[in-house]
Design a protein around this ligand. Structure first.
Ligand code: ADP
Ligand code: MG
Ligand code: MG
Length: 252
């Protein structure tokens, strides 16, 4: 069972001119087994939504709520959010100096499960995950994000997703900077995750391209800090054909 409920979420970010409201009342429910795509123009607040759910300190929640299976997510620390079953892959992942991919994954898994994974099965699982993502086993010995190409960063994100096995995954611009082969590999990883029992996915993207490989159950158009329209997959096709113009005009 996993259900992420976002209700009338308002968020400000600190700027040089003082706090600026970015999220202006976001309401969205992701039930178990559902994949939702959030699509919107640049600057509409999509990443702010992801960062707010993740608990990034730069963003201040001024109203509304986020719950996972009824538990108040916003009162949890970043670590507690992960332990509660949330996974947030970020648009701009940070370098972790001096920590290898293998150690990073094992430390994260241990923190989330509350106990270290059994070494033998863990090594097997890690190698299988890397192989499926077309990453060389030696990738595990590299330092996290140090000198990673765009594609390696994204594939590392999906390796985390598959190994950490959260309940709900928020993926921000997982498709950005990927060539078509890498996009397919990454999408297949997300689809493997979706096939597991009861998983929820919030897929945030600017382009419709990835939705050819990861078919969402619901599509939401995000404009000026809130959901402007919700629908099924056909909404993504309409966006592909018509772009965001009509929403931006309606909003001007
Ligand atoms: P999107 O991901 O949809 O492109 P963002 O959430 O990144 O949009 O940004 C939404 C708006 O909030 C933009 O106008 C952006 O300039 C502003 N913003 C976001 N984060 C910050 C920040 N840390 N400092 C200042 N402005 C920010
Ligand atoms: Mg409101
Ligand atoms: Mg963004």
């Amino acid at each position: 069972m996993s259900k992420l409920v976002i209700t009338d979420l308002h968020v400000t970010v600190d700027t040089e001119d003082g706090p600026k409201e970015i999220l202006k009342g976001v309401t969205l429910t992701i039930k178990e087994g559902e994949t939702h795509a959030i699509m919107g123009p640049n600057g509409s607040g999509k990443s702010t939504l992801a960062y707010s759910i993740a608990g990034h300190p730069k963003y201040t929640i001024t109203g509304g709520s986020v719950t996972l299976d009824g538990q108040d997510v916003l009162s949890l620390s970043v670590d507690e959010r992960a332990r509660a079953g949330l996974f947030l892959a970020m648009q701009y992942p940070v370098e972790v100096p001096g920590v290898s991919v293998s150690n990073f994954l094992r430390t994260a898994k241990t923190a989330i499960d509350g106990e270290a994974p059994k070494l033998r099965t863990w090594v097997k699982d890690v190698n299988a995950a890397l192989e499926q993502l077309n990453l060389d086993p030696s990738f595990g010995t590299r330092n996290v994000n140090e000198g990673f190409s765009g594609g390696e960063k994204k594939r590392h994100e999906i390796a985390q997703l598959e190994l950490l096995d959260p309940q709900v995954a928020v993926l921000d611009e997982t498709d950005s900077g990927l060539d078509i082969d890498a996009l397919k590999i990454v999408s297949e990883g997300v689809n493997r995750f979706r096939q597991r029992e009861g998983k929820g996915v919030l897929l945030i993207t600017h382009y419709t391209r990835i939705l050819r490989y990861i078919e969402p159950d619901y599509v939401h158009v995000f404009v000026d800090g809130k959901v402007a329209e919700s629908g099924g997959r056909e909404l993504a096709d309409a966006l592909e054909a018509e772009g965001y113009d009509k929403y931006l005009k309606a909003n001007a």
